[in-house]
Design a binder for this molecule. Sequence first.
Ligand SMILES: NC(=O)c1ccc[n+]([C@@H]2O[C@H](COP(=O)([O-])OP(=O)(O)OC[C@H]3O[C@@H](n4cnc5c(N)ncnc54)[C@H](O)[C@@H]3O)[C@@H](O)[C@H]2O)c1
Length: 456
Amino acid sequence: MSKKISRRRMLQMLGVTAGAAALPVSSFANDENGNPILLPENSYPALDKPVTAIVCGAGNRGNVYGNFALSYPDKLDIVGVAEPIAIRNERYTKKHAIREENRFVTWEDVFKKPKFADAVIISTPDNLHYGPCMKALEMGYDVLLEKPISPSEKECRNILALAKKTGRIVAVCHVLRYAPYFVKLRELMQSGAIGEVVSMQHMEPIEHIHMSHSYVRGNWHNSKQTTPIILAKSCHDLDIMRWMIGKPCKSISAFGDLKWFTKKNAPDGSTERCTDGCRVEGECPYSALEIYYRKRQRNYVFDLPEDKDKQAEYVLQQLKTTNYGRCVYRMDNDQPDHYITNILFDDQVTASFSMEAFTSYEGRRTRVMGSHGDIVGDMTAFTITNFKSGKKEEWKETTDGHGGGDWRLVENWVQAVAQRNPALLTSTIDQSIESHIMGFMAEESRKQKKVMDIKM
Ligand SMILES: NC(=O)c1ccc[n+]([C@@H]2O[C@H](COP(=O)([O-])OP(=O)(O)OC[C@H]3O[C@@H](n4cnc5c(N)ncnc54)[C@H](O)[C@@H]3O)[C@@H](O)[C@H]2O)c1
């Protein structure tokens, strides 16, 4: 049976064909938190055939990008997967009707086979981007590469050099560059709508439970095993500031620390795990029982059984065995929970950036100060004020996963690959590397307590 037929059948089974009442075409358009993803406008020409891609890492991001293929099978076809967690591998294979011979346990195995797709999507953990990316480029694949490019500056530069040498298309998943909110903000800043841009304040409120989930208990809790938080979380912010200001960064300084999520702050009566009879569990805002079991938030990390009746018991079991059930004050975490940087760009433009764990809200806050006006925004809307006329205008957007950037990024990348035109991308490896260098230098500044110059 040909791949096309079995794939179509699979989509039919999933109810994704046009007119399917139970599951409309956009049923897969949700990010890992269940937020709807804005579908990209169909502004590009139809493709003769879909771009074929192999996904390395079928976790959250691998699914967010892979789901684009289910909603737009004429644009992207996932033809291979490498994923060591058996249930994820199994589910992904089924979802995309991947042939048995194109299923792999680990990324290395993909490259033991002669090239069998147009491109590779790299959504493995941070410390496993470099290997598959270098191999993919060597073998002539185009690449969609999750951020951070790599936790090492040297590896970032090696990837850039090989991408240039091979001329392959490499898009870095700086999804905010594709979010309509930031696209509009940048357009206004660069068009002179507020005169000359003088300075910017940008803040990323991580939100306290998101912080505890990802950077205290979760995948990124240890900066040495993954990436320092300024890159893991905030390379998006450094990147978006650099991109909106449109001028190179000259120097950077940073302060920040892990203040709260430490053993010395563990309350009396707390236990190793929230499930161990902790006496303060009922009043703790970070209770794993409350977050994952009672409210069933962020359960996407658990690979839940399909049988809904078994899910609650399964989550409870996970809290007894994985880091997600551990007390936030007794983890082996080291990521700062507050981090500030001051940045000097070319032409005397300054910017300050704060990454804050302790907020009740998410959504980046940005203020831009210009010679003739200013802009104040929170990622759902911004207000632009003209100093002379006093006139205020508001711009509004429906918020969704990464402000609508996720699938717009995939759409642009697919078009760039299909048309062999990297100019369609706004997050090429060249453009993304600078903000990574800013992140590495911020971390050096924080540790050495000195201002660092940025040398590209
Ligand atoms: N662009 C964004 O906004 C954004 C958001 C979240 C995460 N990320 C980045 O995306 C990447 C993936 O994050 P995630 O949240 O999907 O994590 P995840 O843990 O859900 O997924 C990673 C997957 O890679 C698999 N994997 C591990 N070793 C592998 C190997 N040797 N070969 C193939 N697969 C392997 C894991 O089993 C896992 O399923 C990370 O680098 C992360 O920093 C980016």
